[in-house]
Design a protein around this ligand. Structure first.
Ligand SMILES: NC(=O)c1ccc[n+]([C@@H]2O[C@H](COP(=O)([O-])OP(=O)(O)OC[C@H]3O[C@@H](n4cnc5c(N)ncnc54)[C@H](OP(=O)(O)O)[C@@H]3O)[C@@H](O)[C@H]2O)c1
Length: 189
Protein backbone atom coordinates (compact mmCIF):
# COMPACT_ATOMS: atom_id res chain seq x y z
CA UNK A 1 0.00 0.00 0.00
CA UNK A 2 1.25 3.47 -0.84
CA UNK A 3 2.61 5.43 2.09
CA UNK A 4 3.12 9.20 2.06
CA UNK A 5 6.55 9.94 3.53
CA UNK A 6 8.27 13.18 4.44
CA UNK A 7 12.00 12.36 4.10
CA UNK A 8 14.36 15.22 4.83
CA UNK A 9 17.32 16.57 6.76
CA UNK A 10 17.14 19.15 9.51
CA UNK A 11 19.27 21.08 11.94
CA UNK A 12 19.15 20.13 15.61
CA UNK A 13 16.88 23.13 16.19
CA UNK A 14 14.44 22.07 13.48
CA UNK A 15 15.30 24.02 10.35
CA UNK A 16 15.40 22.70 6.75
CA UNK A 17 17.34 25.65 5.40
CA UNK A 18 18.70 28.93 6.69
CA UNK A 19 16.68 32.16 6.23
CA UNK A 20 18.30 32.67 2.78
CA UNK A 21 17.43 29.09 1.71
CA UNK A 22 21.08 28.04 1.93
CA UNK A 23 21.86 24.35 2.51
CA UNK A 24 25.64 24.85 2.75
CA UNK A 25 25.54 23.73 6.42
CA UNK A 26 24.00 20.43 5.24
CA UNK A 27 26.13 19.69 2.19
CA UNK A 28 29.41 19.73 4.11
CA UNK A 29 28.36 17.06 6.66
CA UNK A 30 29.91 13.58 6.83
CA UNK A 31 27.43 10.94 5.56
CA UNK A 32 27.71 7.22 4.79
CA UNK A 33 25.83 6.81 1.47
CA UNK A 34 25.22 3.14 2.32
CA UNK A 35 24.33 3.73 5.98
CA UNK A 36 20.97 3.92 7.80
CA UNK A 37 18.14 5.80 6.02
CA UNK A 38 20.35 6.28 2.97
CA UNK A 39 18.96 8.07 -0.06
CA UNK A 40 19.62 5.24 -2.54
CA UNK A 41 17.47 2.72 -0.67
CA UNK A 42 14.82 5.34 0.04
CA UNK A 43 14.40 6.63 -3.53
CA UNK A 44 14.01 3.05 -4.80
CA UNK A 45 10.73 2.88 -2.81
CA UNK A 46 9.33 6.07 -4.35
CA UNK A 47 6.86 6.26 -7.23
CA UNK A 48 6.02 9.98 -7.21
CA UNK A 49 7.24 13.19 -5.51
CA UNK A 50 5.77 16.51 -4.44
CA UNK A 51 7.65 19.68 -3.47
CA UNK A 52 6.98 23.38 -2.93
CA UNK A 53 8.28 25.99 -5.33
CA UNK A 54 11.12 27.23 -3.08
CA UNK A 55 12.52 23.70 -2.93
CA UNK A 56 12.03 23.30 -6.69
CA UNK A 57 13.89 26.54 -7.38
CA UNK A 58 16.73 25.39 -5.09
CA UNK A 59 16.98 22.11 -7.04
CA UNK A 60 16.96 24.00 -10.36
CA UNK A 61 19.73 26.32 -9.18
CA UNK A 62 21.77 23.40 -7.84
CA UNK A 63 21.63 21.32 -11.03
CA UNK A 64 22.51 24.42 -13.07
CA UNK A 65 25.44 25.27 -10.76
CA UNK A 66 26.79 21.70 -10.92
CA UNK A 67 25.93 21.04 -14.59
CA UNK A 68 23.85 18.02 -13.53
CA UNK A 69 20.77 16.49 -15.18
CA UNK A 70 17.35 16.56 -13.44
CA UNK A 71 17.53 14.27 -10.40
CA UNK A 72 14.24 12.37 -10.40
CA UNK A 73 12.97 9.82 -12.95
CA UNK A 74 9.64 9.68 -11.06
CA UNK A 75 6.79 12.11 -11.89
CA UNK A 76 7.25 15.21 -9.72
CA UNK A 77 4.51 17.63 -8.70
CA UNK A 78 5.52 21.21 -7.85
CA UNK A 79 3.09 23.28 -5.80
CA UNK A 80 3.08 26.88 -6.99
CA UNK A 81 0.79 29.78 -7.84
CA UNK A 82 3.37 30.99 -10.38
CA UNK A 83 4.46 29.94 -13.88
CA UNK A 84 7.82 28.19 -13.65
CA UNK A 85 10.02 26.50 -16.23
CA UNK A 86 10.85 22.79 -16.53
CA UNK A 87 14.35 21.42 -17.14
CA UNK A 88 14.97 19.17 -20.13
CA UNK A 89 13.97 15.55 -19.58
CA UNK A 90 12.07 16.25 -16.35
CA UNK A 91 8.54 14.96 -15.73
CA UNK A 92 7.35 17.95 -13.72
CA UNK A 93 3.68 18.79 -13.20
CA UNK A 94 2.54 22.04 -11.59
CA UNK A 95 -0.41 22.30 -9.23
CA UNK A 96 -1.90 24.74 -6.74
CA UNK A 97 -4.55 24.94 -4.06
CA UNK A 98 -5.95 21.97 -2.13
CA UNK A 99 -3.33 19.27 -1.55
CA UNK A 100 -5.96 16.50 -1.40
CA UNK A 101 -6.58 16.56 -5.18
CA UNK A 102 -2.83 16.44 -5.82
CA UNK A 103 -2.42 13.56 -3.36
CA UNK A 104 -4.98 11.54 -5.34
CA UNK A 105 -2.90 12.13 -8.49
CA UNK A 106 0.35 11.30 -6.66
CA UNK A 107 -1.03 8.01 -5.32
CA UNK A 108 -2.26 7.02 -8.78
CA UNK A 109 1.12 7.89 -10.36
CA UNK A 110 3.04 6.06 -7.61
CA UNK A 111 1.31 2.85 -8.70
CA UNK A 112 1.79 0.98 -5.41
CA UNK A 113 5.13 2.57 -4.48
CA UNK A 114 5.41 5.36 -1.90
CA UNK A 115 4.96 9.12 -2.30
CA UNK A 116 7.81 11.40 -1.19
CA UNK A 117 6.94 14.79 0.26
CA UNK A 118 10.27 16.52 -0.39
CA UNK A 119 9.39 19.71 1.49
CA UNK A 120 9.21 22.38 2.63
CA UNK A 121 7.76 22.12 6.07
CA UNK A 122 4.46 23.84 5.44
CA UNK A 123 3.78 21.57 2.46
CA UNK A 124 4.35 18.54 4.71
CA UNK A 125 1.99 20.29 7.15
CA UNK A 126 -0.68 20.63 4.44
CA UNK A 127 -0.41 16.87 3.82
CA UNK A 128 -0.66 16.22 7.59
CA UNK A 129 -3.66 18.57 7.87
CA UNK A 130 -5.35 16.42 5.23
CA UNK A 131 -4.68 13.39 7.46
CA UNK A 132 -2.52 11.77 4.78
CA UNK A 133 1.04 12.03 6.12
CA UNK A 134 2.10 8.53 7.21
CA UNK A 135 5.79 8.88 8.10
CA UNK A 136 8.50 11.42 8.84
CA UNK A 137 12.08 10.31 8.22
CA UNK A 138 14.59 12.91 9.30
CA UNK A 139 18.38 13.08 9.42
CA UNK A 140 19.40 15.58 12.08
CA UNK A 141 22.66 17.42 11.40
CA UNK A 142 24.88 18.63 14.28
CA UNK A 143 24.12 22.28 13.50
CA UNK A 144 21.90 24.91 15.07
CA UNK A 145 20.89 27.97 13.04
CA UNK A 146 18.56 29.86 15.36
CA UNK A 147 16.31 30.78 12.44
CA UNK A 148 15.35 29.49 9.01
CA UNK A 149 12.77 27.38 7.19
CA UNK A 150 10.94 25.19 9.72
CA UNK A 151 10.92 21.38 9.54
CA UNK A 152 7.20 20.91 10.22
CA UNK A 153 5.33 23.94 11.57
CA UNK A 154 2.36 22.09 13.05
CA UNK A 155 1.29 20.64 16.44
CA UNK A 156 1.36 16.86 16.05
CA UNK A 157 2.12 13.63 17.87
CA UNK A 158 4.45 11.07 16.28
CA UNK A 159 5.74 7.68 17.35
CA UNK A 160 9.45 6.88 17.13
CA UNK A 161 9.83 3.72 14.99
CA UNK A 162 13.61 3.54 14.65
CA UNK A 163 16.75 5.57 15.03
CA UNK A 164 20.40 5.14 14.08
CA UNK A 165 23.54 7.23 13.64
CA UNK A 166 24.84 7.85 10.11
CA UNK A 167 28.11 9.79 9.88
CA UNK A 168 27.49 13.18 11.47
CA UNK A 169 23.72 12.63 11.53
CA UNK A 170 21.16 11.07 13.84
CA UNK A 171 18.52 9.49 11.63
CA UNK A 172 15.03 8.83 12.91
CA UNK A 173 11.84 7.40 11.46
CA UNK A 174 8.48 8.34 12.93
CA UNK A 175 4.92 7.22 12.35
CA UNK A 176 2.51 10.17 12.29
CA UNK A 177 -0.23 9.76 14.91
CA UNK A 178 -2.18 12.96 14.22
CA UNK A 179 -3.06 16.16 16.03
CA UNK A 180 -1.27 16.81 19.33
CA UNK A 181 -3.08 14.98 22.16
CA UNK A 182 -3.55 18.24 24.07
CA UNK A 183 -5.37 19.74 21.05
CA UNK A 184 -7.78 16.85 20.55
CA UNK A 185 -11.33 17.19 21.91
CA UNK A 186 -11.71 15.45 25.27
CA UNK A 187 -14.57 13.07 24.56
CA UNK A 188 -14.72 11.97 28.22
CA UNK A 189 -15.34 15.40 29.57
N1 LIG B 1 17.03 20.06 4.50
C1 LIG B 1 16.50 19.42 3.47
O1 LIG B 1 16.75 18.24 3.22
C2 LIG B 1 15.51 20.15 2.64
C3 LIG B 1 14.44 19.45 2.04
C4 LIG B 1 13.50 20.17 1.33
C5 LIG B 1 13.64 21.54 1.19
N2 LIG B 1 14.70 22.18 1.75
C6 LIG B 1 14.86 23.62 1.66
O2 LIG B 1 13.97 24.19 2.61
C7 LIG B 1 13.41 25.38 2.09
C8 LIG B 1 11.91 25.19 2.06
O3 LIG B 1 11.34 26.35 1.64
P1 LIG B 1 9.84 26.75 2.05
O4 LIG B 1 9.63 26.51 3.49
O5 LIG B 1 9.61 28.11 1.47
O6 LIG B 1 8.90 25.72 1.33
P2 LIG B 1 8.52 25.15 -0.11
O7 LIG B 1 7.42 24.21 0.19
O8 LIG B 1 9.69 24.62 -0.85
O9 LIG B 1 7.95 26.39 -0.97
C9 LIG B 1 6.86 27.13 -0.49
C10 LIG B 1 6.14 27.76 -1.68
O10 LIG B 1 5.50 26.75 -2.46
C11 LIG B 1 4.28 27.27 -3.00
N3 LIG B 1 3.17 26.48 -2.46
C12 LIG B 1 3.18 25.65 -1.35
N4 LIG B 1 1.98 25.09 -1.19
C13 LIG B 1 1.19 25.52 -2.19
C14 LIG B 1 -0.17 25.29 -2.56
N5 LIG B 1 -0.96 24.46 -1.85
N6 LIG B 1 -0.65 25.92 -3.67
C15 LIG B 1 0.15 26.76 -4.40
N7 LIG B 1 1.42 27.01 -4.10
C16 LIG B 1 1.94 26.42 -3.01
C17 LIG B 1 4.21 28.74 -2.55
O11 LIG B 1 4.94 29.54 -3.47
P3 LIG B 1 4.42 30.25 -4.84
O12 LIG B 1 2.95 30.01 -4.95
O13 LIG B 1 4.80 31.67 -4.68
O14 LIG B 1 5.21 29.57 -5.92
C18 LIG B 1 5.03 28.70 -1.26
O15 LIG B 1 5.54 29.95 -0.88
C19 LIG B 1 14.03 25.58 0.71
O16 LIG B 1 15.17 26.41 0.83
C20 LIG B 1 14.48 24.19 0.31
O17 LIG B 1 15.57 24.19 -0.59
C21 LIG B 1 15.61 21.50 2.48
Amino acid sequence: MTRVVYYTASTLDGFLADPDDSLDWLMRQDLDEHGPQNYGEFIATIGALVMGSTTYEWVLANIKRNGEPWYYPQPTWVMTSRTLGTPEGADVRFAQGEITTVLDELRAAADGKDVWVVGGGDLAGQVADAGQLDEVIVSVAPVVLGAGRPLLPRRMDLRLVETAPNGAFVTARYEVLGALKEDRPNLDG
